[in-house]
Design a protein around this ligand. Structure first.
Ligand SMILES: CC(C)(COP(=O)(O)OP(=O)(O)OC[C@H]1O[C@@H](n2cnc3c(N)ncnc32)[C@H](O)[C@@H]1OP(=O)(O)O)[C@@H](O)C(=O)NCCC(=O)NCCS
Length: 142
């Protein structure tokens, strides 16, 4: 399922604990889900479990969701820097098909074991599982 270059991998079910006082999806829950989704995407693309959120551009909540709705989240890499990865995110309501938000720039930075920015060496998107974080190479094949 794609929208432009974005592949929508993850779905969430809007539950009572995800609502704001208006009875619609709480922005904080959505941002937590997006940050986690972006972290997983960055780990897979950079082959390093030690990548952190550096920057998020303006977020415009254009529509919402209500309890029981299903939403889907998608990300795509838009730029591979030296130590960073920039992504674009979109979230939409599966029932109404409306876009809930887009984030044009989410930047993650690849860190070394000392927590300092480190070159990741990648320039393009992988659609495979070929960049398994080195910490897990001993258990490859799971
Ligand atoms: C991530 C961190 C180590 C980067 O340190 P830094 O001194 O900014 O590092 P650099 O200046 O070398 O920049 C690293 C990369 O981030 C990019 N970057 C830095 N600031 C940026 C910004 N405001 N917007 C977009 N990209 C930015 C740089 O362009 C560079 O990318 P490149 O190597 O691909 O060109 C440091 O800022 C940090 O620890 N931040 C907290 C991260 C965190 O804990 N996040 C979780 C949420 S609290």
């Amino acid at each position: 399922m794609t929208s432009g270059d974005i592949t929508f991998h993850t779905r969430k079910w809007v539950r009572p604990e995800d609502l704001n006082a208006n009875g619609t999806l709480f922005g904080g829950s959505l941002l937590r889900w997006i940050d986690e989704e972006a972290a997983i995407y960055a780990i897979v693309q950079l082959g390093n479990g030690n990548a952190v959120t550096k920057y998020m551009s303006e977020i415009n909540f254009v529509s919402s969701a209500v309890q029981g709705d299903l939403i889907e989240m998608g990300l795509t890499a838009t730029h591979f820097g030296r130590t960073s990865l920039t992504m674009r995110a979109e979230v939409r309501n599966m029932f109404t098909r409306e876009s809930i938000l887009t984030i044009e720039k989410i930047v993650f930075v690849n860190l070394d074991d000392d927590g300092l920015p480190a070159p990741h060496g990648y320039t393009s998107i992988t659609y495979d599982r070929d960049r398994v974080p080195y910490q897990h190479l001993g258990t490859a094949g799971r």
